[in-house]
Design a protein. Structure first.
Length: 164
């Protein structure tokens, strides 16, 4: 069963290294307004996409391998927007931009799923997941936090013709 994590900590950590100038970021290949960073976390590739205003991270989406779903790669996503930048559509935009960049970068590879596990209490995040990933797949009690959670997942094709 997937577990829910709070991506706010990832946002704060990413903001700290961006502010310090100690992180090499690349421009997106599909969307030149997005910045990306790829690293290894817990032995697995992690893809982080961000919108920046100067050195301020205004939206962040982090994707990490989460095994298989229906025989295809399953990538868990967490997304966050600092409070001052909320209610502007930035979470949906960074989630869509990150998926488009992965579709392009994974060109020639099999389709993949993107999965979000969201607290039932987080109305804003539920709306983002539903808008980008579709209707909920299941409701369950999260094993990590004990909170009621909702799981969303959607399959994406790869290659440049499937971006956007």
């Amino acid at each position: 069963m997937p577990e829910m994590t709070d991506p706010t900590e990832a946002l704060m950590s990413f903001q700290a290294v961006v502010s310090a100038g100690s992180l090499r970021l690349e421009r997106g290949r599909v969307d030149h307004n997005v910045y990306m960073h790829v690293d290894i976390a817990n032995g697995k590739p992690r893809f982080t996409y961000a919108f920046l205003e100067g050195k301020t991270v205004v939206a962040l989406a982090t994707f990490a391998n989460n095994g298989l779903y229906e025989g295809h790669g399953n990538i868990a996503v967490g997304y966050a927007v600092p409070e001052a930048y909320r209610n502007k559509g930035l979470a949906k935009a960074i989630l869509r931009a990150g998926i488009a960049e992965m579709q392009n970068g994974f060109n020639g590879m099999p389709p993949f799923y993107v999965e979000a596990v969201v607290s039932e209490q987080n109305t804003a995040s539920l709306k983002v997941a539903e808008a980008v990933l579709g209707e909920e797949l299941e409701r369950f009690k999260d094993g990590h936090s004990g909170e009621p959670a909702v799981r969303f997942a959607r399959k994406f094709e790869t290659g440049p013709s499937h971006t956007r």
